[in-house]
Design a binder for this molecule. Sequence first.
Ligand code: HMG
Ligand code: MG
Length: 313
Amino acid sequence: MLPAHVTLLEVGPRDGLQNESQPVPAAVKIELVQRLQAAGLREIEVTSYVSPKWVPQMADAAQVMAGIKRERGVRYSVLTPNLKGFEAAVAGAVANSAILPDEIVVFGAASEAFSQRNINCGVEESIERFRPVVEAAHARGIKVRCAVSVALGCPYQGEVTPDEVERVVRLMKGIGVDHCGIADTIGVGTPKRVQAALERALKHFPIEQVSGHFHDTYGQALANIYACLELGIHTFDASVAGLGGCPYAKGATGNVGTEDVLFMLNGLGIATGVDMERLIDAAEFISGVLGRKPVSRTGNALLAKRANARVIA
Ligand code: HMG
Ligand code: MG
């Protein structure tokens, strides 16, 4: 039996926008987050406290966190690869009443090569960098999620095995991470292989604390989410309008579109609490600012329907 309820974790403001070459003003990011929460999303990954030299688009993290009106029931998360990032996230909340994140994300990789390119250190060293971040977060009552990148394939190494995934999952568990996200960074996973990778996470984390993060480069993301639903997994990352990519995985497209996942879940009768019309408002807003159509199929179909309705009216 499939789960009755799914939590959609919206990553568009972070994973979606981090790869945009045109600067996106902080005010737009703030408006996007507010539209997403208005659509009923209760988990929003807002931004990253990373080096602005590495990811310039996220340089305004503090400004964005200071501009959002916190909505009751919404959990806000941010990426913090090291203590410097974590301290910046906390300092913003103390100094200018920015939102204190409910959850931080440390991001490791199942391959050494990707770890080096993405965070400039090897896998074991990355875990040692995350250890004090996890401790500092827990000391403040902040939860920690990890992302295990390139779990289904690596742009530098090629194939990645479930054993390699499990090695990182185990290391993450060892430093006290609360939640484990398995990420198909370059979208090459297919359903059975995805199940094999996610099953390794389920060996170490309870099912409520395991999620899937699927980039849709090869059009497999919805099939992969369905395969996870069959395992009972009920938390998935998704990106409004299908925005995004990873700056260190060239050619990888965005996460699966939130609208596409919602359309499938609605059809399956699985509750999410997310309102499609308001989600489409958010997709229309950000697509308008970026000056291009959404990548998500459902986003496009419903926006075309809206445009037709306007012409007829
Ligand atoms: P490093 O160069 O090894 O770090 O970078 P460092 O400690 O030697 O510091 C170098 C410079 O960065 C110094 O500045 C530091 O102050 C600064 P300088 O003295 O040269 O002016 N610095 C920072 N600045 C702001 N915030 C910080 C910070 N840390 C150091 N937190 C580091 C290591 C991890 C910082 C760097 O490699 C980095 O920022 N990488 C960015 C990685 C990234 O954001 N990738 C995209 C997100 S992950 C992703 O998309 C995958 C995911 O979606 C899942 C999936 O799909 O796979 C989650
Ligand atoms: Mg990603």
